[in-house]
Design a protein around this ligand. Sequence first.
Ligand code: ATP
Length: 246
Amino acid sequence: MNAQLALDVEQISFSYGQTEALKQASLQVSAGSFVALLGANGAGKTTLFSIVTGLYSPKQGSVLVNGHGLRTDTMSALASMGVVFQRSTVDMDLSVLQNLRYAADLQGIPRADAKLRIHAGIEQHGLSGLEKRKIGALSGGQRRRVELARALLHRPTLLLLDEPTVGLDLQSRSEFVSHVKSLCTDEGTGVLWATHLMDELDTDDDVYILDHGQVIEQGTVSELTQTHGVEDISAVFNKLVGSKVS
Ligand code: ATP
C-alpha cells in the first residue's frame, strides 16, 4: 500500500457477459495530482469508474482509495471519494442551497457543520449570489460547479469526474478545468478526469490511454508527445488508437 496514492487500481478485469470491458487495467492517482483518462467511445472509462465507485465488482484485481481497500474497507474507501458524473444528478427544481443541504443530510453531515461547509463551498466554487436560484435557471458551467461543490462536501481525498465538460461551451470548459486543477494544488485532492477532449490537458498532466479495456500508454503529456515524436496529445492518441478524436 502506498499512503501517498489517492487511488491505486491494480490489474482490474471486468466483463459484461462475453464483452470484456476491462483487461488487467492498472492506474494510479497520487495525492494532489491531476490524471486524465483518455479513451474513445467504448474504451472502458465508464466501466472503470463504475468499479472504483463500487457499482460493479471486478472479477479480478484490486482498488485502494486513500489506502482503503474497496472490497475490504468499503465505507472508508467510499467516504474518501467524491464523484461528478457525466450526466447531471442535481435536482433542477431545487435551489443551489437546497441541493447542497439535501446532499449534506444524505451524507450524515451534522447540520451546523454542513452550514459552514456549504457556505465555504459556495464561495470556493464561485456560486455566491446564486444560492437561492433553481438549478434549472443556471448556466451549464454553474451547474457543473454546484455538482463539484456537492461532490466535495464530505472533503474527499479523491475526486472522480466522468467527462464532466461535455455540453459546455469552450470558455466554461476551460474555466471548469482550471478550477478543478486548482483543487489539486490548493487542497491536495487527487483527481481522475475521464475525457475525450484532449485540449483540456496541460503538458505536465498525467495521462492514461485506455483502448479496448487495456491501458496502452501512460505518462505526462510532454513525455508522451516526445516519445511518439508528435506535436500534441491528440496526435499521440490518434497514432496509438487510430481514430480521430478532438
Ligand atoms: P463512452 O465514452 O462511450 O461512455 P466508455 O469508454 O465509457 O465509453 P464503457 O461504457 O465502459 O466505455 O464500455 C466498455 C465496453 O463495455 C464497450 O464495449 C461497451 O459496449 C460495453 N458495455 C458497457 N456497458 C455495457 C452493458 N451494460 N452491457 C453490455 N456491454 C456493455
